[in-house]
Design a protein around this ligand. Structure first.
Ligand code: FAD
Length: 428
């Protein structure tokens, strides 16, 4: 099938930029729009940096309702509910709680893992294409793996059980004793001595990097391949007539389009609303803190601390820690107490961070989260050539390039490289 002539991609985060780049690789004429002044300035700006195919299990699981209750009323709770007079929030929560079953979590692992492995392959392909064009896709990638550490033996045991399913699907993880964890990442020595580590799981093939640098560099690569990138341009409405997309109204005027891809993160829901399509994407606010790496004993391996509920990545000469999840609407106010609790957790794990504490840069962002922990990818029923690529939640960096490739195939009428039915909006 012939690809549509003019394609508009709304949103230039990890997901939208990857989509635009993939479309350009297929020879399509693409306009990429973002309301902000550049690429990667939304939720993709300062995330945890993990490319974590080993951690594609959804957050919703049997332990979550009890954790929410246990943490109720605690200001620094890793998971916090801020009830709103908003039916959208309650519908999301209800659906999320209904997914808090082991079987529901296991059901989502295979499709998410497929997408994460496709992302790995696409990132390698982008690097090769950049270097063939005499450019470099530099996003401070580290290929040192991801180490999950556990304080409680029973939590480790459960994770080992989940990892068996992931191993059957082709991604190996090694179970480690506390000393084995320190062997992999010597910066964890102090945490082990304090008895904070009961053991770990190490995925050597995982990686980490700076998602903002990736988004900005890939947007440049897309421009080199002919994509028109309009910054500071909000899409106000998607125009459709006779069941087909015709264009997009923007603050800068109307853009005609033969196909539109919505990759607008947490704003996706609003853009979809006029089409009667429910994506159930709701914001989950998270925080990160970025500091200079201390001299000497700074981690190189990306770490997930399951007890403290933070992830830590080395980005060049910086360290970033990220965590916290708040179900509390679209408010992006940075609460100093919650931001500091991420820094405190980082210092609990790596006491050597202390001296650089004063140079911490805090940030918060809204994860576009579906209740079941998989993104929404594909065509919107009832409107020809309207596509969505959003709702990547906690995994946008891990799944973004793969989902960009899949959507580009769908838009161009080719068979996608994996089964997209688990990601269809029809599942809601
Ligand atoms: C604290 C934290 C830690 C995280 N850690 C990780 C991690 O370690 N690994 C991982 O894989 N994922 C992680 N994530 C998740 C990941 O960052 C997100 O899933 C990802 O950034 C979502 O990308 P996106 O492109 O969908 O959204 P965004 O990056 O938000 O991009 C959407 C873009 O659309 C634009 N937009 C919205 N509406 C309009 C409109 N009407 N017109 C024009 N433009 C519009 C916005 O300006 C924005 O730039 C983390 C998230 C947080 C908050």
């Amino acid at each position: 099938m012939k690809s549509p002539e003019k394609i508009v991609v709304i949103g230039a985060g990890i997901v939208g930029v990857s989509t635009a780049y993939e479309l350009a690789l297929r020879g399509a004429a693409v306009t990429l729009l973002d309301a902000r002044e550049g690429a990667g300035l939304g939720t993709s700006y300062a995330n945890g940096g993990q490319l974590s195919a080993s951690e594609v299990a959804p957050w919703a699981g049997p332990e979550i309702p009890w954790l929410i209750l246990r943490w109720l009323g605690r200001d620094d709770a890793p998971f916090r509910l801020r009830p709103k007079m908003d039916p959208e929030q309650w519908l999301w929560l209800l659906r999320f709680l209904m997914r808090c079953r082991a079987s529901a979590r296991a059901e989502r692992i295979p499709p998410n893992l497929d997408l994460a492995l496709l992302t790995r392959a696409r990132l390698a392909a982008y690097e090769a294409e950049f270097s063939a064009a005499g450019a470099s896709l530099d996003y401070q990638r580290k290929e040192k793996g991801i180490l999950r550490i556990f304080r409680e033996a029973h939590a480790l045991k459960e994770a080992v059980r989940d990892s068996a399913l992931i191993a059957r699907l082709g991604l190996e993880q090694i179970e480690l004793a506390p000393a084995g964890c320190v062997n992999v990442e010597p910066a964890l020595g102090a945490a082990m001595q304090r008895g904070d580590i009961a053991g770990g799981l190490y995925a050597a093939s995982d990686a980490s990097g700076d998602a903002y640098l990736y988004s900005a560099a890939l947007a440049d690569g897309a421009k080199r391949r002919g994509v028109t990138f309009m910054t500071g341009t909000a899409a106000t409405r998607i125009l459709a007539e006779d069941g087909r997309v015709r264009g997009v109204d923007t603050a800068a005027g109307r853009l005609d389009a033969d196909a539109v891809v919505i990759a607008a993160g947490t704003e996706t829901r609003a853009l979809l609303k006029p089409f009667g399509a429910r994506s159930y994407i709701y914001p989950l606010k998270g925080y990160s803190v970025t500091l200079p790496a201390p001299e000497g004993n700074a981690p190189e391996v990306s770490i997930t601390d399951e007890a403290r509920k933070i992830v830590v990545s080395r980005l060049g000469n910086r360290i970033r820690a990220a965590g916290q999840a708040e179900v509390g609407g679209y408010d992006l106010t940075l609460e100093p107490g919650r931001a500091r609790s991420v820094l405190n957790a980082l210092e609990g794990m790596l006491p050597q961070m202390g001296p650089v504490r004063g140079q911490a840069e805090y940030w918060c962002g809204l994860r576009p989260m579906t209740p079941d922990g998989s993104p929404v990818i594909g065509e919107i029923p009832g409107t020809a050539n309207l596509f969505v690529n959003s709702g990547h939640g906690t995994l946008g960096w891990t799944l973004g390039a793969g989902s960009g490739a899949v959507v580009a195939d769908l838009v161009c009428g080719s068979a996608p490289q994996l089964d997209v039915s688990p990601f269809s909006i029809k599942r809601f």
